[in-house]
Design a protein around this ligand. Structure first.
Ligand SMILES: C[C@H](O)[C@H](O)[C@@H](O)C(=O)CO
Ligand SMILES: [Mn+2]
Length: 421
């Protein structure tokens, strides 16, 4: 009997079908964020300018991707080492300007043609593509964008949002998969505001204008992502949790809420928010990250909250497409490909772990108020031979199961490619 067969038998004894878990996981799309490869710098401005808008990368590990070609090569390396169905997640700042497409344009003038090379890249690899307008690291952040008191600033950023809707529609049509288009702005203030309401009214008005751009809601899924605070904007965030949730609730036919688990007070957990939100919203979107004390965007680990998030996605029927899963972290202090792959594989692990739970049985125990059995059964699952099922999944997906194996591959890539940049 192979190790997998033995593991499968043990899971079967607890009412869990390991083959079925593997089969389900294979087709769940998880969106891979392009911005881990270049420290969120993009290609549309000064690559050495500091990141602004309340987010921050720290570290200076060698090998950052500096061109579309380098970023694509690095993404290929990541795709090769990760199991599962992947989508690419692009920011507008990753537009590719060439002589043939007319060269550089500002963000309000972006067009689908500026993303044609990415469409080619995705088509060749069978990937879908998600998209994000980029409301940070730009001279027209005054520092506010969609909530600025300056009508010209707002107009510029509204036009950017509309351009991104058109690009998202193009990506979805070209790639034959819905495009999740996430709107996040870091708009906020460092110190106590005199007026907390007007910027929110303006942000609402700007969102209404952006979403008045025609699109097919089956193909383009605009999201609104909230945040609690950012660096330099500690006292007030315009797009707070209540703001984003209310906006999405009032516009259910046009957009969906996005929860980033780095964007809440440290004792709040997104795992508990998932069932609450799915009670009301047909669809929600997630940014899976790891905050250390704040929204530090550390690499996702196979830790308790990642497992709880995955359990809630699975238990609440989120894998039917109701929960759109994306990653959002960026670490510049370690090998960036190692960071990317670790986080992606850990989300896959967490989903597989969740699919290997005897959910019906545990729910029965809860409903019968047999909380002793519920606790003991749930604890036992933690030491089941999960690693053998994970290894089988990786084998079927043709990627290394053993972390040591892919670690040596990325070290080789580091020596041969990254250190030569
Ligand atoms: C680059 C992303 O859009 C960004 O990380 C955003 O999603 C966020 O979470 C900001 O804190
Ligand atoms: Mn996010």
């Amino acid at each position: 009997m192979t190790q997998y067969e033995a593991a499968k038998k043990r899971y079967a004894e607890r009412g869990v079908d390991a083959d079925a878990a593997i089969n389900t996981l294979k087709s769940v799309p998880v969106s891979l964020h392009c911005w881990q490869g270049d420290d969120v710098r993009g290609f549309d401005g000064d690559p050495n300018a500091p990141l602004t808008g309340g987010i921050q990368t720290t570290g200076n590990y060698p090998g950052r991707a500096r061109t579309p070609e380098e970023l694509m090569a690095d993404i290929d390396e990541v795709l090769r080492l990760c199991p599962g169905t992947k989508k690419l997640n692009l920011h507008a700042s990753y537009a590719i300007f060439t002589e043939e497409n007319g060269g550089w344009v500002d963000r309000d003038k972006l067009e689908p043609k500026h993303f044609a090379p990415w469409v080619k890249f995705c088509k060749e690899r069978g990937l879908g593509c998600d998209f994000n307008p980029t409301y940070f690291s730009h001279p027209k952040c005054d520092p506010l964008t969609l909530s600025s008191p300056n009508p010209e600033t707002r107009k510029f950023w509204v036009e950017h949002g509309k351009a991104c809707i058109r690009i998202s529609q193009y990506l979805a049509e070209e790639l034959g998969q819905p495009c999740i288009m996430n709107i996040w702005t870091g708009d906020g203030l460092k110190d106590i505001p005199a007026d907390r309401m007007t910027p929110r009214m303006l942000y609402k008005e700007s969102l209404d204008e952006i979403l008045s751009e025609p699109y097919d809601f089956n193909l383009v899924k605009p999201c609104v992502e909230s945040k609690v605070f950012g660096i330099g904007v500690e006292a007030y965030t315009v797009g707070s949790a209540e703001f984003a949730l209310s906006y999405a609730a009032m516009n259910k036919d046009k957009c969906i809420p996005l929860l980033d688990n780095g964007h809440y007070h440290p004792t709040e957990v997104v795992s508990d928010k998932i069932p609450a939100m799915l009670t009301f919203f047909p669809e929600i979107a997630l940014h899976i990250t790891r905050g250390v004390r704040w929204d530090s965007d550390h690499v996702v680990l196979f830790d308790d909250e990642t497992k709880e998030i995955a359990k809630e996605i699975v238990r609440c029927g989120g894998l039917s497409g109701r929960v759109k899963i994306a990653l959002d972290y960026f670490d510049a202090s370690i090998n960036r490909i190692g960071a990317w792959v670790t986080g992606f594989r850990n989300v896959q692990k967490a989903l597989l772990f969740a699919l290997l739970q005897p959910t019906e049985e545990l729910t029965r125990l809860q409903n019968e108020q047999d909380f002793t059995s519920l606790m003991i059964r749930a604890e036992e699952l933690k030491t089941m031979p999960f690693g053998d099922v994970w290894a089988e999944y990786c084998k079927e997906q043709n990627v290394p199961a053993d972390d040591m194996a892919w670690l040596s591959e990325i070290k080789k890539y580091e020596n041969e490619v990254l250190l030569k940049r």
